[in-house]
Design a protein around this ligand. Sequence first.
Ligand code: GTP
Ligand code: MG
Length: 154
Amino acid sequence: MEQTFAMVKPGAVQRELIGEIITRFEKKGIKLVGLKLMQMSEELAKQHYAEHTEKPFFDELVKGITAGPVVAMVLEGENVINIVRTMAGATRPSDALPGTIRGDYVLDTGKNVIHTSDSKESAIREINLFFKKEEIINYSLATETWIYVLPKTE
Ligand code: GTP
Ligand code: MG
């Protein structure tokens, strides 16, 4: 089953949105297989945002993501990379639709409450950056037969 990485950013932790955000994924039927509250170092932040090194807002990005604790998570499910990204909503607040996390909670691009992996490659890279193998838990949910048509043939 596919896995992705998501992170509740410092602003959302301060705004007490951790439960609200995780609840949305749980209600969708997505399985949490890794979860931690952590303070990111500047080094980890720079690695995480390596693709944005040349952007004018890079320093602001690193400062913002290290401004307080974050909640990092690994989520598992069918097509979960795209689905979690869709649930997070568009980067620009004016494009983020109501019903998405950013559509419901964000007014400023620089304070956009959640990070989600944007591709298979990013998901693998980011999961490995934040989680050790033993921190990702392989288990079944009793509800799985009510969430998926099983057995999966593909
Ligand atoms: P992430 O899931 O956080 O990676 O967001 P994204 O994939 O929707 O956007 P992208 O990877 O392009 O940008 C990474 C982060 O940089 C965004 O989540 C924003 O917090 C921030 N960001 C992007 N564009 C701007 C900008 O024009 N100004 C500022 N201040 N921040 C920006
Ligand atoms: Mg991104």
